[in-house]
Design a protein around this ligand. Structure first.
Ligand code: GLU
Length: 353
């Protein structure tokens, strides 16, 4: 995978007053197949996320890689109390294990993003020194309303209003109301296990936020910093995050960090062909378990929906290890047939009225 050459700049702002200490260099065991699952604790683990976790686990374990569980809880208003514990319990029920995570610790911890602020500050220092950052006071409304703002697939593209307010040195988060953006320039090429070759013009996507105006590191920054610091060699996740990948590759390059290999699995559909949602009935593992579902039947349904060869019946994730083949993964959204996941193949739960 290649990525854009980084811009270099000078000058800049003098934001905030706190100088953060550099954290100790992390030393995760490096392995190209080291994988991770990084859920946000915003609710119960649903069947789509479980399928992504299974793919990530199989990709890592089938090649002897270790597996990291990281909780992405930086968007505090969206997080639900108890969700982290429930996610860990549901993954374990399915038969997915991890070597490092919030409950077991490990050499590249902590494994909860809200406990990793020093690491994000240190990364912002590197990006600032490289000339990649600028302070931005534009509101969403400003960006939407800018006469020159072109529209991309994800909405209005940042028009570059504050681009020259470079931050040469990171001295802590800017005052509330000011965000920090990354100067997006050039093209990114990547090869995805599922989606194939892709080229993205990051400049066309616009300069993007890496530190939010409410004082929180943005997802794009935190996910890259953690995948790099935790030595993740392969990232499997939902295709809804595919458009973020080019931005993340640009950050990896700017940090001088190794870029993982990506695999983006398509969305899970309901029986009506629409994106799987609550109205389709029980879609969380917790609901399915309470309805008497057999985890081995769920694993079979998830594997079949991914496109893996059928293992011949209900199975544990470990039974799928010899069958893992990234080239088999469905490129189109597909259904997970939950109808027969109850005991003896009976329905585990009735559809929502
Ligand atoms: N935390 C993100 C989510 O739950 C996933 C991030 C990622 O896998 O890169 O949607």
């Amino acid at each position: 995978m290649e990525a854009v050459a980084s811009p270099r700049g000078s000058g800049g702002g003098n934001l905030g007053a706190t100088v953060r200490p550099m954290p100790p260099a992390p030393s995760p065991p490096l392995h190209p197949a080291r994988g991770r699952f990084a859920p946000s604790p915003t609710g119960l683990l649903h069947i789509g996320s479980a399928r992504t976790a299974l793919a990530a686990w199989l990709a890592a374990r089938s090649r002897g890689g270790s597996f990291v569980l990281r909780i992405e809880d930086l968007d505090a208003p969206r997080c639900r109390p108890g969700a982290t514990g429930a996610i860990l319990r549901d993954l374990a029920w399915l038969g997915i294990d991890w070597d490092e995570g919030p409950d077991v610790g490990g050499p590249a911890g902590p494994y909860v993003q809200s406990l990793r602020m020093d690491v994000y500050h240190a990364a912002m220092g590197t990006l600032a020194r490289g000339g990649h950052l600028f302070a931005c006071s534009c509101s969403r409304k400003d960006v939407r309303g800018a006469a020159s703002a072109p529209h991309g697939p994800e909405g209005p593209v940042y028009p570059g209003t504050c681009r020259e307010r470079r931050i040469a040195e990171w001295r802590g988060a800017p005052p509330r109301g000011t965000s920090v953006r990354f100067r997006a320039e050039g093209q990114v090429h990547l090869v995805d296990w599922v989606q194939g070759r892709r080229t993205a013009d990051t400049a066309g996507m616009g300069d993007f936020v890496v530190w939010r105006a409410d004082g929180v590191p943005a997802y794009q920054l935190a996910v890259v910093v953690d995948d790099a610091a935790q030595g993740v060699g392969e990232v499997w996740r939902g295709a809804d995050l595919l458009d973020s990948t080019a931005r993340q590759v640009a950050i990896f390059r700017a940090l001088g960090a190794a870029i993982p290999r990506y695999g983006h699995v398509p969305l899970v559909l309901g029986p009506d062909g629409q994106r799987l949602a609550k109205r389709h009935g029980a879609i969380s593992l917790a609901e399915l378990r309470e309805a008497g579902a057999d985890p081995r039947r769920i694993v079979l349904a998830l594997a079949t929906s991914l496109g893996l060869p059928a293992p011949g019946g209900p199975c544990a994730p470990t039974d799928l290890l010899p069958l893992w083949d990234p080239s088999r993964i469905n490129t189109d959204p597909s259904e997970v047939a939950l109808g027969g996941t109850g005991p003896g193949g009976s329905p585990a739960a009735s559809p929502a009225p």
